[in-house]
Design a protein around this ligand. Structure first.
Ligand SMILES: Nc1ncnc2c1ncn2[C@@H]1O[C@H](COP(=O)(O)OP(=O)(O)OP(=O)(O)O)[C@@H](O)[C@H]1O
Ligand SMILES: [Mg+2]
Length: 392
C-alpha cells in the first residue's frame, strides 16, 4: 500500500498542508512540539478513524476552528486507489464524517481495510508494562484493519455492554434489579463475543509464534523465551450458548458492583519471558524488545493475510533503540512505505533512499513542512492527476 497524497486541514497545528510522499522512506525531523507526530496521527486517523494517542476526537481539530480533518489517497497493490477523508466536526450532532472515494459513509466500519498501517512509538512499552487495555487495543486495532466484521462485532458488543451497565447502575442505585432485564443484553453480548473470541485467539496464536521468533532473533539469547498467551474470559468456551452461560454466571457479581465485570472487555494477553510475567519482572530493554517484536509481528501478519505491505509509522523510535534493534527495524522498513519522525536527521543514517522534510513552527505557532531533499520519483510526477479531497 502506498500513500500518494496526504492532506491535513485545520488538523492539530496544521491549517492546511498537502504532501506527496515518497514510495519508500519519508523522514520528518524538527524540534520538539513542531508537529511531527501530528502528521503520523493524521495517517492513523485515515486508517482507523481515530488517533493512536488516547484522547478525544475534538483535540484533533485546530484550536479555535469548528472542524478539521485529514485525507489520503492510497494506491493498493491490486492497482486500485482509494481516496479517504476523515473530518472531525465536534460541534455537530455527528461528530465524525468519513468520505470514501467521495462518497459519504455513515458507518465507520466502511473505512477499515482501505489503508492498513502499523505504528511504532515509544508508548509501545505500555503493551508490556501496563494493564490489559493497551494489549486489547493493540489486538482490536490489528484485527479491525483486516476484518470489518470483527470491528462491527466490537461496536455491537460495546453498545450492548454500555446499555447493560446503565441497567446495572440503576439497579444498584435502587438496591434491586429484576434479573430478566439483563436477558436481551446478555444475548447481544454473547452473539458479538462469539465472533470476537475466535478471531482474537487465532490472531494471537499467529502473533505469539512470530513475536517469539522475532524476539529471539533480536535478543540473541536462547534462554530468553517470549510467550504471549491470549486469555479468553470464557476459558475454552467460544460458542455463543457457552459464552451466554458464562455471562449469566457472572450476573450476581455484576449486580453487586453495578457494572459488567466479565466479557471480552476484560480480557488480557499474558506476556511471559522465560516463564515470568513481563509486566512485573522485565527490564526496560526486555520490555522494549518484546513491544518491538509484537509490532513487527503485526506488520508481517498484515502481509501474510493480505499479500500487501502495510504503511509503517515510526514515531521517534530510532533514538530509543540500540544498534541490533535499530538494524532489525531498518531491514523491515526498507521494503515498505514508511513515515519516520525524529528530532535528529542523522538517526536514520544508513537507511538508504528517502525523502526528508523539515517540520517547524511559524510566527503564528502553526506547523510548516519544507522538503529538504528529494529521494526519488513521486507518483504524481508520472503524470497522474490527483484531485483535492473534499473537506466540505
Ligand atoms: N488541536 C490543536 N490545535 C492547535 N495546536 C495543537 C493542537 N493539538 C496539538 N497542537 C500543537 O501541536 C504541537 C505538538 O505536535 P506534535 O505532537 O506533532 O509534536 P512533535 O513534533 O511530535 O514533538 P516531539 O518531538 O516532542 O514528539 C504542540 O505545539 C501543540 O501545541
Ligand atoms: Mg512527537
Amino acid at each position: 500500500m502506498i500513500i500518494t497524497k496526504l492532506r491535513l486541514h485545520d488538523f492539530r497545528n496544521y491549517p492546511e498542508i498537502t504532501l506527496y510522499p515518497h514510495t519508500g522512506i519519508n523522514l520528518f525531523f524538527g524540534q520538539n512540539g513542531s508537529g511531527k507526530t501530528n502528521l503520523l496521527e493524521a495517517v492513523h486517523c485515515c486508517a482507523l478513524g481515530r488517533s493512536h494517542r488516547a484522547g478525544n476526537d475534538r483535540e484533533m481539530v485546530m484550536r479555535g476552528r469548528p472542524s478539521g480533518g485529514c485525507g489520503v489517497t492510497v494506491d493498493g497493490e491490486d492497482g486500485f486507489s482509494s481516496e479517504i477523508v476523515v473530518h472531525f466536526t465536534p460541534e455537530e450532532r455527528r461528530k465524525k464524517q468519513v468520505w470514501i472515494n467521495r462518497k459519504k459513509t455513515t458507518r465507520l466500519a466502511e473505512l477499515m481495510g482501505h489503508l492498513r498501517c502499523v505504528i511504532f512509538s515509544p508508548e509501545d512499552l505500555s503493551l508490556v508494562k501496563e494493564g490489559p487495555s493497551a494489549r486489547r487495543r493493540y489486538l482490536d486495532m490489528m484485527i479491525s484493519q483486516l476484518d470489518v466484521g470483527y470491528f462491527v462485532a466490537l461496536q455491537r458488543y460495546q453498545k450492548a455492554m454500555e446499555e447493560r451497565n446503565s441497567v446495572l447502575r440503576e439497579g444498584k442505585r435502587q438496591g434491586a434489579i429484576r434479573e430478566s432485564l439483563l436477558d436481551p443484553y446478555d444475548e447481544l453480548m454473547a452473539e458479538s463475543a462469539a465472533q470476537i473470541l475466535p478471531r482474537r485467539q487465532e490472531t494471537m496464536a499467529w502473533i505469539g509464534r512470530v513475536a517469539a521468533e522475532t524476539y529471539g532473533e533480536i535478543c540473541g539469547r536462547p534462554e530468553e523465551r517470549l510467550e504471549t498467551i491470549y486469555q479468553p474470559f470464557s476459558g475454552a468456551r467460544m460458542d455463543k450458548e457457552e459464552i451466554l452461560q458464562v455471562l449469566r454466571e457472572g450476573r450476581r457479581e455484576d449486580m453487586a458492583r453495578g457494572t459488567s465485570c466479565t466479557g471480552p472487555h476484560r480480557e488480557d494477553i499474558l506476556m511471559m519471558l522465560s516463564g515470568r510475567e513481563m509486566r512485573l519482572y522485565a527490564s526496560q530493554g526486555q520490555a522494549r524488545t518484546a513491544a518491538l517484536a509484537l509490532k513487527l509481528a503485526q506488520r508481517r501478519y498484515f502481509e501474510e493475510k493480505t499479500g500487501e505491505k502495510p504503511v509503517l509509522l515510526l514515531d521517534d523510535v530510532m533514538s530509543e533503540l540500540d544498534m541490533s534493534r535499530r538494524t532489525r527495524l531498518l531491514s523491515e522498513i526498507s521494503s515498505a512505505q514508511t513515515f519516520v519522525t525524529c528530532t535528529d536527521e542523522s538517526d536514520l543514517d544508513g537507511c538508504g533512499e528517502r525523502r526528508v522534510y523539515h517540520v517547524s513552527l511559524n510566527a503564528a505557532a502553526c506547523a510548516e513542512v519544507e522538503e529538504r531533499s528529494d529521494g526519488g520519483e513521486r507518483r504524481e510526477d508520472r503524470g497522474r492527476q490527483v484531485e483535492e479531497p473534499d473537506f466540505s
